[in-house]
Ligand binder design. Structure first.
Ligand code: SF4
Ligand code: SF4
Length: 96
């Protein structure tokens, strides 16, 4: 499971959650899990800040700054056909 850094911009406000489970369906890394009155953050450090959960949450219970930090550096490296060692990461290694 992807887990390349310990800090990210993901914020979850469970008091707003209406338990629609959209975030559990769209998250590619299983960060959220259902089963209770509202979803829980199961693997927050696995978030790669793609933004899918926040975009699909109907009540803005999730905030994440997509397109920043290591996730964006990895996407750019992949698009350029380079490995992560050559990616220009803007976090200067603080959160990689
Ligand atoms: S931003 Fe992407 S990886 Fe992070 S929790 Fe949301 S859907 Fe999952
Ligand atoms: S998408 Fe939003 S409202 Fe739906 S389960 Fe996830 S956090 Fe709750």
């Amino acid at each position: 499971m992807f887990d390349s850094y310990n800090e990210n911009t993901l914020q979850y406000y469970p008091e707003k959650c209406i338990n629609c489970l959209m975030c559990t369906q769209v998250c590619p890394h299983g960060v959220f899990t259902g089963g209770g009155e509202h979803v829980e953050l199961k693997r927050p450090s696995s978030c790669m800040e793609c933004g899918a959960c926040a975009m699909n949450c109907p009540v803005q219970a999730i905030e994440v700054q997509s397109g920043v930090g290591c996730a964006w550096a990895m996407i750019r490296a992949a698009l350029r056909g380079k490995d992560m060692d050559s990616a220009d990461c803007c976090c200067n290694g603080d959160s990689c």
